[in-house]
Ligand binder design. Sequence first.
Ligand SMILES: Cc1ncc(COP(=O)(O)O)c(C=O)c1O
Length: 368
Amino acid sequence: MQSTWENVVAFDLSESGVRPVSLRELTKLGFDLEAALDLPLGYSQSNGTIPLRERLAAIYPGATVDHIEVTNGTSEANYLVALALLQPGDEVAMEIPNYMQLWGIPHSLQAPLRTFRLRPEAGWEPDWDEFERAVTPKTRLLYLSNPNNPSGAILSASAMERVVRRCEQTGTILLADEVYLGTELEGERTKSFWGMSPQVVVTSGLSKAYGIPGVRIGWIVGPPSLIETCWSQHDYLTICPNKLSDLVARVAVTAENREYLYARTRSILRANLPLLRDWVASFGGLLELNEPRAGAMALVRYHADVPSRELCERIRVEQSTLVVPGAHVGLEGYLRIWYGGAPEYLREGLRRVGVVLSEVSRGAVPKV
Ligand SMILES: Cc1ncc(COP(=O)(O)O)c(C=O)c1O
């Protein structure tokens, strides 16, 4: 749905990153444009150049270049881990709501999928009974996004511990997608799962906290034997990351630039969230904002008897504005709204969504 409409509508509030960084901004962080102009545009090293993998390894204590595979985005990183690990019949578990990539991949690999809920009423802690039913000795892979897309929730230290211990008991590989790590609005940085157990594999990339989705750089951090298998799968898929992008990534991920880019992301989110809050409040009791702790999207619960897919379709058709129906991320009765863009864009997008919500609350019939 997003791919079909996001570039067609006038206002796209289905996004999930922040207003992206430009190449010009990166030159201020040390990207050498002149040198890039002379770079022969050959194939890049297929698992990522050594300088880039060295810089990435420095982020993850105990990791070496052999623990890292550079990919075309976090989505390719997740895909490669699943391809490397799953055989037909292997079970996969994932939390709901979630980024739904690991819902689709097991289906195409004939791997049965079990889900467990994160409970909004419990600060988005997992439903532990469901979790234990979903993660068993048959589970090859467990996928989490932390911070979570779409709730913006961050698992507590004790919840992380419980997840990891369960994976150790059941022999399950935990795939922790940490692409939103660094997008926290307040307080402490999200703790990485990296290093909590040999069962842990982490994926991440430049798309969210760094604000650079267009260069399509992601990475996998894991045991060297798994990384080697992912690397050979990578050769069959896209061969290598983009050479120019590898160069951009080397600049973005240095300790100093990473902190700068995280701070940029945080300041965008902090400036925009009050706009969303005020907009939600202006509807009286019709809407409820789920305050995100991290990430550039927020869940808004609506109290109207209309399925979220239908509501979003009406918003798109009548207002040329795209928001994600909760049903698409496993949570009916919610809208997922992007608030990481320019303030004036957000204001107008919200105004348009509001027109339809007001009509719905008055029981007005759709125009289409
Ligand atoms: C949790 C999560 N992982 C991965 C991705 C895709 O990231 P990338 O653009 O790095 O492929 C997204 C995109 O929304 C996401 O929300």
